[in-house]
Design a protein around this ligand. Structure first.
Ligand code: PEP
Length: 252
């Protein structure tokens, strides 16, 4: 049985004091989830705070980005080895905000995925279509292109034990989530695309849904057979909302 995962993406939010309050509330409110992993992905300057605060707790932590390079003259970048050195477990790769606002194309996302793997991190690979692409009927072809770009560079073996997040761009931060049926349709599409290369890898692949997940819609989204948890933005900054969403991800 594949594991379920709920990951909070704090984006560029937080302060030492606000993070401490949020982490304290999560540590006391989150029951260890049998078969479900909980993680929070914070801005780089706060990762040391997470490492200390979450040590020995039921909550893992991760970064929101990682360089495609291992070291060198890349001002402002952070390598996978640097993250791994002090206990980071996850790295978000190819979030639509990085693709859209910072020009990360499929090739760069693939290189970041491979670099994260090389460093021993678990990449959370984000894929998803814009509203215009959906309206033009291109949803599957866009997601297939994003996925194939990574597979062709990393090979299918690198997807074993990795995680994916299907995040329709039109649902991120908009309050308009995909319906459970829309999410299920795309998750099944992604899994079948991976199964063309390896059924075992596809069956074991954790695929999260992301895009305006809230306590009110989490349960019905996570009840879908191919939805294995969620990547949560805004609601991950509110302890009681994130805890409720994590509880909704309990194994079916
Ligand atoms: C995200 O940032 O990945 C995300 C899904 O954001 P939100 O939950 O706020 O839509």
């Amino acid at each position: 049985m594949r594991s379920r995962l709920v990951a909070g993406n704090w984006k560029m939010h937080g302060s030492l004091a606000a993070n401490a309050r949020l982490l304290d509330a999560l540590k006391s409110g989150l029951k260890p989830g049998a078969g479900t992993v909980f993680t929070v992905c914070a801005p780089f300057p706060y990762l040391a705070q997470l490492a200390a605060a979450l040590s020995g707790s039921q909550i893992a932590w991760g970064a929101q980005n990682v360089s495609e390079h291992d070291s060198g003259a890349y001002t402002g970048e952070v390598s996978g080895a640097m993250l791994r050195e002090f206990g980071c477990r996850y790295a978000i790769v190819g979030h639509s905000e990085r693709r859209g606002l910072y020009g990360e194309n499929d090739g760069r996302v693939a290189a970041k995925f491979v670099a994260a793997r090389r460093a021993g991190l678990t990449p959370i690979l984000c894929v998803g279509e814009t509203l215009e692409q959906r309206e033009r009927g291109e949803t599957e072809s866009v997601v297939a292109r994003q996925l194939d770009a990574v597979l062709s560079v990393s090979g299918i073996a690198a997807l074993a034990g990795a995680t994916l997040a299907y995040e329709p761009v039109w649902a991120i931060g908009t309050g308009r989530n995909a319906t459970p049926e829309q999410a299920q349709g795309m998750h099944a599409f992604i899994r079948s695309r991976v199964a063309e290369r390896s059924k075992d890898v596809a069956d074991g692949l954790t695929i999260m849904y992301g895009g305006s997940v809230k306590p009110a819609n989490a349960r019905e989204l996570f009840a879908m057979p191919d939805v294995d948890g969620g990547l949560i933005g805004g609601a991950s900054l509110v302890a009681e909302d994130f805890i409720a969403i994590c509880e909704a991800a309990a194994p079916r």
